[in-house]
Write a protein that binds this ligand. Structure first.
Ligand SMILES: [Zn+2]
Length: 152
């Protein structure tokens, strides 16, 4: 992907700058994870892809317009990219990672702030949910221990 995606693209920098300013910490382009996600937030068990609308074939997006020549070539190529994205995200999910895709068009000036705020919101929600789950499991374990004690 790196040949296509390029490093430090402007949309990616926007996301990084915003997250950093809000206190989120991340690693970049983790080489060992499927798809080499742009950002990896271990604390949130979350990876973020910042995707160009054309190369990744953003469905229904006005920035995803096939060139007028070599249409079949481009169609096949973009369809291949899209399929690979889905496969990679499936793999990541099976490894316990949350996957978030931020599209380039969602970072255009008129919608940028909204997109970034909702990204921060989603991350906080993920964190709370993960920890709420742990808490509930703990409570259940305590209940089981009590039951065990009583039946002794
Ligand atoms: Zn788009």
């Amino acid at each position: 992907m790196s040949a296509i995606k390029g490093k430090n693209t402007k949309p990616e920098l926007l996301v990084r700058k915003f997250l950093f300013s809000r206190g989120f910490r991340y690693r970049l382009n983790h080489p060992r994870l499927p798809g080499h996600p742009d950002l990896v937030l271990r604390k949130y068990r979350t990876v973020i892809f910042v995707n160009g609308c054309f190369w990744h074939g953003h469905k229904g997006c006005r920035f995803y317009v096939l060139p007028k020549t070599h249409v079949e070539f481009w169609k096949t190529k973009i369809e291949h990219n899209r399929k690979r994205d889905v496969d990679e995200q499936r793999q990541l999910a099976s490894m316990g990672w949350h996957c978030i895709t931020v599209w380039e068009c969602q970072l255009k000036p008129n919608v940028r702030q909204q997109t970034l705020e909702s990204l921060a919101h989603t991350l906080n929600l993920i964190y709370l949910q993960d920890h709420a789950t742990h808490y509930i499991i703990k409570e259940e374990e305590e209940e089981q221990m009590k039951v065990a004690e009583e039946s002794d």
